[in-house]
Write a protein that binds this ligand. Sequence first.
Ligand SMILES: Cc1cc2nc3c(=O)[nH]c(=O)nc-3n(C[C@H](O)[C@H](O)[C@H](O)COP(=O)(O)O)c2cc1C
Length: 187
Amino acid sequence: MKKMSVVYHSGAGHTAYAAEKVVEGAKSVAGVEVQLVEIGKNPTDWEMLKAADAIIFGTPTYMGGVSAPFKAFMDESSKAWYTRDWQNKLAAGFTVSGSPSGDKQGTLQSLMTYSLQHGMFWVGYDRLPEVYSGVAPEKARNRLGSFSGLMLQAAQTAPHESFLPGDLASAIDFGERVATVLVKNIR
Ligand SMILES: Cc1cc2nc3c(=O)[nH]c(=O)nc-3n(C[C@H](O)[C@H](O)[C@H](O)COP(=O)(O)O)c2cc1C
């Protein structure tokens, strides 16, 4: 059984809701055990992260980058960096913003560089944006056309009603993608 951790911060619950969908997708893959870890809820369990085979990082985009609590987690992980605890694990990332762009690329770039500093293998999002196949934008997976990681947009409403159906399907799809790569090396 392969182990995956989905580690996220969420200020107002949107990234938390997305993280649950990522986990749903990952759990649909046989042979993968998934743990959901909210930064700040409990002290970070560094031993659990050390034992994981893959870590998916999730953060809202705040001011064009990762949120402050997520950055604090990143900085705290420098101990694990020094001892190479995450060397050769799979890594992937997702982010949620309010605007269609919202400068989310900066956030994913930061997560990718961070993962590579840890010696991890970065897994992107492989889904061809389904708008190219004629799927209506609100139902299309990878609506925002991001390949370096999962990008989602949330309206300023309660988390469960703030995402388009296609964006929620993207989150499930992305979790499945990373879990499948973890088990089979390919999707
Ligand atoms: C401090 C702060 C900074 C933000 N900066 C951005 C931004 O740069 N781009 C954007 O599109 N949305 C921005 N937003 C909106 C959030 O990304 C959006 O509301 C997101 O759904 C929040 O996720 P959360 O509920 O998990 O915290 C910002 C929100 C806050 C509170």
